[in-house]
Design a protein around this ligand. Structure first.
Ligand SMILES: Nc1nc2c(ncn2[C@@H]2O[C@H](COP(=O)(O)OP(=O)(O)OP(=O)(O)O)[C@@H](O)[C@H]2O)c(=O)[nH]1
Ligand SMILES: [Mg+2]
Length: 187
């Protein structure tokens, strides 16, 4: 990671949120990035028809990354279940940047991305988003996804591969997002 780029923004950048469908790995990514420096809101998952995993997030989860020099980046994870859409809206409204986590193998990924970007665009201060491709997929799938989003009028959304379990990959993705934010702040 270019800690330099991140440090350059830390004065202004307060919050980056993670959104994505249930089970994509938002909480996993928060743990990978923040370790002990996070507060989780996971509870036993009673909706095994939606996803088979044992736990699910029911509120906002907060974490921090220490950038050194006393500067910290705040990360906010969100719940993936549809019924917590109001929490997602609240999290997005308070974020400068967004990691939109997706599995491009899922037929619903494009709709999910489109709806999320539309929701962000409606906010008074829309955050800047990049998409994370969180599961193995082909270059063709990535191209098709990007082309379809662009065709729907969402502009060019950077798409970065990142396994939620791999801290280094997540830091690389954060680096892309922070660089974008830096560019925008200089415009
Ligand atoms: N195969 C695979 N499994 C993953 C990956 N990332 C996370 N998992 C697993 O998938 C499950 C779901 O992870 P969570 O982090 O709870 O997902 P979430 O997005 O927070 O889900 P909600 O809070 O319910 O919306 C966990 O059992 C993880 O170990 C991945 O990249 N590949
Ligand atoms: Mg979660």
């Amino acid at each position: 990671m270019t800690g330099q780029a991140m440090s350059g923004l830390a004065g202004n950048l307060t919050r980056i949120s993670l959104i994505g469908p249930m089970g994509i790995g938002k909480t996993t990514a928060m743990r990978s990035l923040c370790g002990e420096l996070m507060a989780s809101t996971d509870v036993p998952n009673l909706d095994r028809s939606a996803h088979a995993k044992a736990f699910t997030t029911v509120g906002a989860e907060f974490g921090e990354i220490d950038l050194g020099g006393g500067e910290r980046l705040q990360l906010v994870g969100s719940p993936g279940q549809d019924r917590f859409d109001f929490v997602r809206q609240w999290v997005l409204a308070g974020s400068v940047g967004v990691l939109l986590m997706l599995d491009l193998n899922q037929a619903s990924a494009l709709d999910y991305a489109q709806q999320s970007l539309a929701a962000m665009a409606r906010l008074e201060r829309p955050p800047t988003a990049i998409a994370l491709s969180c599961r193995d997929c082909s270059a063709q799938q990535q191209q098709d996804f990007s082309a379809a989003l662009t065709a729907q009028g969402h502009g060019v959304l950077p798409l970065v591969p990142a396994d939620p379990r791999e801290r280094a990959q997540l830091l690389d993705a954060l680096d892309v997002l922070v660089s974008l934010l830096l560019l925008q702040s200089q415009e």
